[in-house]
Design a protein around this ligand. Structure first.
Ligand code: 13P
Ligand code: ZN
Length: 274
């Protein structure tokens, strides 16, 4: 099924679709094993940093092969695309979906940039996500302004024809200093204005309490982006093992860290699948 159809179907059912970032073979296998174990669909996301780290073609090939290997229904998505050039490279490399992040631009410029990406993606049959409002980037969890305004969201979606919209309703990237408080009333108002045309996306889901994730899904969010908790559990587990063990066969050490990712993502999938 196309990602767009899957997101529409799940939105109607008030079920979430988890979008996990991967950084290497081990984190990829961790998220895929969790999806396989729970028979869940999954979006595999790559940021520019991960693309630079693995190489574009290799990163996509790993993701595609992994989906086959673990029999998971899934899609490859560019997360936080920062330029039309990067989006174009990803479209050429066969991504199912791309995000163009113009959230730091003035409204009209964000519209223009997103329109350009939508135009390019059409001929590839690719799905496009944009962001309106500002979800604080890593290390900015103290920023609480920049919430998405419902009327602007409506205009943005109409003018750009974008398939999915990342909105700012109280989340931030990375871990939180204070417990987040999602603006569910605002989400409902945005959903009322745009849900007919675009899927709603929650960025910054690491550290969001389960009950708030469920409330967000029940009130219009479908795509749930998760990254920091994956990186964190993988590295913390690895650090603990290495502190007590001088094993140099990485094939014996890495699987333990991968298993920690599996357990984390299985638990998130249970919440998101509701
Ligand atoms: P976290 O790193 O806070 O989970 O956010 C993930 C994200 O939004 C990826 O786009
Ligand atoms: Zn994000």
């Amino acid at each position: 099924m196309k990602i767009k159809d899957k997101l529409k179907e799940l939105t109607a059912q008030k079920v979430g679709l988890l979008a996990t970032n991967y950084y290497n073979l081990e984190t990829l296998h961790g998220v895929l094993k969790a999806a396989q174990a729970t028979s869940s669909p999954l979006i595999l996301q790559l940021t520019q940093s991960s693309i630079d780290y693995m190489g574009l073609e290799a990163a996509v090939a790993l993701g595609r092969e992994g989906l086959k290997q673990f029999h998971v229904e899934g899609w490859i998505h560019l997360d936080h695309g920062g330029s039309v050039e990067l989006v174009q490279r990803c479209l050429d490399a066969g991504f199912d979906s791309v995000m163009i992040d113009g959230s730091e631009l003035p409204f009209e410029e964000n519209v223009k940039l997103t329109q350009e990406v939508v135009k390019r993606a059409v001929s590839y049959g690719a799905h496009v996500e944009a962001e309106l409002g500002y979800v604080a980037k890593l290390g900015q969890s103290h920023l609480h302004d920049g919430f998405t305004q419902p009327a602007e969201a409506k205009r943005f979606v109409e003018e750009t024809g974008v398939d999915a919209l990342a909105i700012s309703i109280g989340t931030a990237h990375g871990f939180y200093k204070e417990k987040p408080k999602l603006q569910i009333d605002l989400l409902q108002a945005i959903a009322q204005e745009v849900q007919e045309r675009a899927t709603l996306v929650l960025h910054g889901s690491s550290g969001v309490p389960d009950d708030q994730l469920i409330a967000a899904i029940n009130h219009g969010i479908c795509k749930i982006n998760l990254a920091t908790e994956i990186k964190n559990i993988f590295m913390k587990t690895l650090q603990n093992i290495l502190a007590q063990n001088d094993e140099i066969d990485l094939r014996k050490v890495f699987p333990k860290a991968t298993n920690a990712v599996v357990e984390l993502v299985k638990q998130k999938l249970t919440i998101v699948n509701n």
